[in-house]
Design a protein around this ligand. Sequence first.
Ligand SMILES: Cc1cc2nc3c(=O)[nH]c(=O)nc-3n(C[C@H](O)[C@H](O)[C@H](O)COP(=O)(O)OP(=O)(O)OC[C@H]3O[C@@H](n4cnc5c(N)ncnc54)[C@H](O)[C@@H]3O)c2cc1C
Length: 366
Amino acid sequence: MDTNVVIVGAGPAGLAVAACLKKAGQDFVILEKAAEIAPSWRRHYRRLHLHTVKSFSSLPFVPFPKSHPRYVPREKVVAYLDAYAQRFGLKPHFGVTVKSIRREGDRLQVETDAGPFSASKVIVATGNNAQPVMPGFPGIEAFKGEVLHSSAYTQAAPYAGKDVLVVGMGNTGAEIALDLADSGARPTMSLRKGVHIVPRQLFGVPIQMVGIASRTMPRALNDWMFPKILDLALGRLEKYGIVRPKQGILAQIEAGRIPVIDVGTVAAIKAGRIGIAPDIASFTGHGVTFADGVEKKFDAAIFATGYRPGYDGFLPAELRPEKSGVNPRARQLGVYLVGFYNPVTGLLREIGIEAQAVAKDIAGRG
Ligand SMILES: Cc1cc2nc3c(=O)[nH]c(=O)nc-3n(C[C@H](O)[C@H](O)[C@H](O)COP(=O)(O)OP(=O)(O)OC[C@H]3O[C@@H](n4cnc5c(N)ncnc54)[C@H](O)[C@@H]3O)c2cc1C
């Protein structure tokens, strides 16, 4: 099939860029390997609410409804995305997996399991959180408990009364540990290194807005000031085994590591409802030996160890732009990434900004 633009992925990024292209009068097709739009949001754990405020998390042209809470629950995000696709008449080709992309003259050939597509531009919107990362640990094969990645975790009920190891304290690990603690399980979070934690609201102001405002401040001032403010807001967490990394929050974000936005995990740690442990030295048949030599039994281990971006398998190095959004290499290649830069101000907000810029760039260049 010949088209102007192929969009790969029908998550928030693919939908946002499609809506912007539609408004700009551009032809496109959306290829989505799943059977419906936004499959990742349908799969996420049930407790999930957006960590970012709704006013800075909606896609272009369509704010979240006024009646929605400030932090929108997962099922309402799914309904919003369904309505978004409907509003712009977006009809992805479902069940189509992109296998490879290559240049042929002035066209890009997109090979899929449903046949080839030819386009002058390709937008890769396959997600920054696409492929679950499961690090190897010595002895993991011997562990008799359940082992799963956080992407397969949906709810805490099956773990009530059980000792559960949560490996990693990112936003997902922190919230799953809280979910477990609230549902009668006994979670322990293992931390390999230091972590920055910020409250979801800092003295009543959503942290996302604080992040937006603080971007104009010099880095050194940010790095000096924030630890003091966060100690005031959350208390000193070293005594619970949580240390702050030497690298400041902004430097970490630039390196791709966003801080944990606390939705109640810190209070549960302080109350002793969530245990904190150091790195894992090895798994045993029935549990884990931690780096400090302490052994503990566990019934399950949930790896909240993050994701890899989702284009490694089909986008060759010679067709990769240097970064997400509009940039000289993307223009030259005709291949744009949308949704692969996660700033302090939130990925969904950034997706909206990138989608509009990319659509404008494509429309302006014919
Ligand atoms: C648990 C969790 C909570 C989050 N909470 C927030 C939040 O509160 N605020 C915020 O701003 N951000 C949040 N994010 C980050 C981000 O906004 C989401 O991950 C969001 O879904 C990204 O949208 P996307 O379209 O880029 O990627 P995805 O939603 O992952 O969509 C990518 C799509 O591409 C498809 N695809 C992949 N490979 C192929 C292929 N080869 N061929 C065809 N289709 C393919 C996938 O099936 C998928 O539908 C969260 C992320 C996670 C994991």
